[in-house]
Design a protein around this ligand. Structure first.
Ligand code: RBF
Length: 175
């Protein structure tokens, strides 16, 4: 029997109640497409299962994981989505390329989170081999795309809740 390790609980009632109000952008890398397509399926299913309308999910493919930062930035800047999910898979090869790509993406996505007022979620597998990637893309260790989607939902909810608590600072209209 396949055991699916779960790092995150399913979205709770308060998250499910808000899910229909949110829109999401998903940027997904074509490199290691078998794996990233499974991550995308996991993320998409988790969002729609929670109540997000399919038409409220924008999916954009980019060539490789290194391009996820730019893709996420475009989605954050040019669409009105409430959160962006980045999905990719970098597998270690024989050269140090792996390190540069992984560092580039993690720094890039961290910086976007600081620059843009919306959550940008890191759903990138960085594995030593294909087997480890398969285990995390619908295999015995679950589907990290699904976890990235639940994270995006929770962060969009947190963002909305805190935004709604802000006092209204608008100047009153002059007579
Ligand atoms: N992109 C990935 O998403 N996963 C990889 O495992 C991956 N390995 C790469 C290995 C090498 C040697 C090179 C040159 C690129 C690799 N890329 C990989 C593509 C990378 O993310 C990016 O698309 C290109 O470097 C162009 O900016």
């Amino acid at each position: 029997m396949v055991t699916r390790k779960k790092n995150l609980p399913d979205p709770d009632a308060s998250t499910l109640a808000m899910a229909g109000d949110f829109s999401f952008g998903i940027v997904v890398a074509e490199w290691n497409r078998d794996i990233t397509a499974s991550l995308l399926e996991g993320a998409h299913n988790a969002l729609t299962r929670a109540g997000v309308k399919p038409e409220q999910i924008i999916v954009k493919w980019v060539p490789g994981s290194f391009e996820l930062t730019a893709g996420a930035r475009y989605l954050a800047e040019y669409t009105g989505v409430d959160a962006v999910i980045c999905l990719g898979c970098v597998i270690q090869g024989e050269t140090p390329h792996f390190t540069y790509i992984c560092q580039g993406i993690s720094y890039g996505i961290t910086e976007l989170n600081l620059l843009f007022d919306l959550p940008i979620v890191f759903g990138v597998l960085t594995t030593l081999n294909l087997e480890q990637a398969r285990e995390r893309a619908g295999g015995k260790l679950g589907n990290k795309g699904e976890e990235a989607a639940i994270t995006a939902l929770r962060m969009a909810q947190l963002h909305r809740e805190l935004e709604e608590q802000l006092p209204d600072t608008e100047e009153p209209d002059e007579e």
